[in-house]
Write a protein that binds this ligand. Structure first.
Ligand code: NAP
Length: 332
């Protein structure tokens, strides 16, 4: 605190919609100014999300247009305040979401800045503003998971999936995770009851076998592509809820004919940004519950794999090629 804020900074700039390969480090990017209700954060760690890949290809609806400073999840110290923000926030260590996290400084809305839990580092809190609320919203307000139910979690070794496995087990569910084979041990160590290969095999048939033919009560569908249909077929008829929260493997569709005659399931879409804006009451409950889960130790401090800022394109490339386990952090 107290250090002078420079006029320019190092930042990773996305130059086109050609993906992470066209993300470049620059050292002359203007430091942004916080507007009304916003704060300026000195970023100590930035979270890498699958959404960063979508933004780099221009497939993230409502995302920024090139050139833009990449990244949207940061953790660090508040060093300047916009108008209307309480002075007590100055110097606070927080994590939050805003544009341009892959940089030395970023602006986030003051109201959405979450305190870093006491004793945690900025890297350890990454995930708390994006992956954890997405996983919890999918499981509870949307998925309605209760003890004794079965939950199918795709990408269970990933940033969002790991949190989902921990929380689903905490709520007493039986967890079936999917992951690439080399990540299975990680998923088992989190407490998952069963782990299936996300790269091959008949997923729906395996889930039906594990559930005595009934299917999963809740499916966290983030795989998309060819796995999308398997998620529908793996859900319990009539009462099974499929929460669609991502499309890592590409777009997929389901028709009205299929919902009536083939997969009689409850299909629910989740977009955290829309949830925050249009259902603040539900989001508030999710964040309150998350803080209780942190206090209870259900969600321990994270241990992200960290990269220097200039290795951001490499980190995103590894995430895109399914080579990563858990959360990734960039250190500016
Ligand atoms: N809707 C929302 O608001 C929201 C918020 C946060 C995250 N999400 C979604 O949650 C999912 C996970 O996000 P994350 O940031 O935590 O990433 P992540 O799970 O750490 O990484 C993505 C994982 O997805 C799996 N995957 C399956 N098919 C894939 C494919 N064709 N290409 C690449 N990966 C594939 C891979 O795991 P395996 O190789 O082990 O199968 C990969 O490691 C993403 O779909 C993301 O968009 C949505």
């Amino acid at each position: 605190m107290g250090a002078k804020i420079p006029a320019t900074m190092r930042a990773l700039v996305q130059g086109s919609f050609d993906g992470p390969r066209d993300m470049r480090l620059r050292d002359d990017v203007p430091v942004p100014s916080p507007g009304a209700g916003e704060v300026l954060m000195r970023v100590r760690a930035a979270g890498v999300n699958f959404g960063d890949i979508s933004r780099a290809y221009g497939t993230f609806a409502g995302g920024p247009r090139p050139p833009f400073v990449a990244g949207f999840e940061g953790a660090g110290e508040i060093v300047a305040l916009g108008s209307g923000v309480g002075a007590e926030l100055l110097g606070a260590r927080v994590t939050g979401v805003g544009d341009g996290a892959f940089a030395e400084y970023m602006v986030v809305p003051g109201a959405a800045a979450m305190p870093v839990p006491s004793g945690w580092t900025e890297q350890q809190v990454l995930g708390a503003a994006v992956n954890w609320p997405a996983a919890l919203a999918a499981l509870r307000p949307l998925g309605g998971v209760t003890a004794g139910q079965t939950v199918l979690i795709h990408a269970a070794a990933g940033g969002t999936g790991q949190a989902a496995v921990r929380m689903a087990k905490h709520y007493g569910a039986t967890v079936i995770g999917t992951a690439s084979p080399e990540k299975h041990e990680t998923v088992r160590a989190l407490g998952a009851d069963h782990v299936l290969d996300s790269r091959g095999g008949d997923l729906a048939a395996q889930v039906l076998r594990l559930t005595g033919g009934a299917g999963a009560d809740v499916v966290l569908e983030s795989a998309g592509g060819p796995s999308f249909d398997a998620g529908m077929a793996a859900a319990k008829r009539v009462t099974g809820r499929v929460i669609v929260l991502g499309l890592a493997g590409g777009e997929a569709s389901i028709s009205n004919w299929e919902l009536v005659y083939k997969n009689q399931i409850q299909l629910i879409g989740l977009n955290l940004g829309v949830l925050i804006r249009t259902a603040p009451g539900i989001f508030g409950e999710v964040m309150g519950e998350l803080s209780a889960l942190v206090t209870a130790g259900v969600l321990p401090p994270g241990r992200p794999t960290h990269y220097d800022l200039d290795a951001g394109p490499k980190a995103l490339g590894e995430l895109e090629s399914r080579a990563t386990v858990g959360k990734l952090a960039l250190v500016p």
